[in-house]
Write a new protein. Structure first.
Length: 162
């Protein structure tokens, strides 16, 4: 691993196009580019409303953003504590394996610790062995007994009775 000077900072409104570009790169990496519906306006409504619904961290090396993490508050009734949900973590390919992802997760852990969070949770694609290995190296347990459930779009309206 290279000894890079990675700086982590909170995303700002001026970063909106950069954040959108990272989301696009992440969706392409995940093979979900056809599902990308994010726009600058939508991001502004969720990232920069008061209070923010979602927060974003940017990882910079030599003043250039090379990765991001998007997360939000959640909670655990079992722990009776707040938690953090890591929605996205992405590092550009040339910078992978150089400590950027680790720096993002460490910064997120510092936020979790400072806000008394009981856990940080996220999903990882089963077809991403390097990602799984990276997360396990960071101390994450990959849970096999839990599956993601999802209702979206028309399904939400249908369930809501519309």
């Amino acid at each position: 691993m290279a000894n890079l000077d990675v700086k982590i900072r909170e995303g700002e409104l001026a970063d909106i196009e950069l954040i959108l570009a990272f989301i696009s790169q992440k969706s392409e990496f995940d093979g979900a580019i056809n599902q990308l519906a994010a726009t600058a306006d939508k991001l502004e409504e969720t990232l920069f409303c008061q209070p923010p619904l979602v927060r974003v961290l940017l990882a910079e090396v030599a003043g250039t953003a090379v990765g991001f993490a998007m997360f939000y508050a959640s909670s655990s009734s079992l722990l009776a504590q707040p938690c953090l949900w890591l929605d996205d973590l992405f590092v550009q390919a040339p910078m992978r394996g150089m400590g950027v992802g680790t720096a993002l997760l460490k910064y997120l852990a510092q936020i979790a610790e400072s806000t008394n969070c009981g856990r940080i949770e996220w999903t990882v694609n089963t077809g991403n062995p390097p990602g799984i290995a990276f997360y396990e190296k960071q101390g994450a347990r990959i849970l096999d007994n839990i599956r993601v459930c999802r209702i979206e779009g028309d399904g939400i309206a249908l369930l809501a009775g519309k």
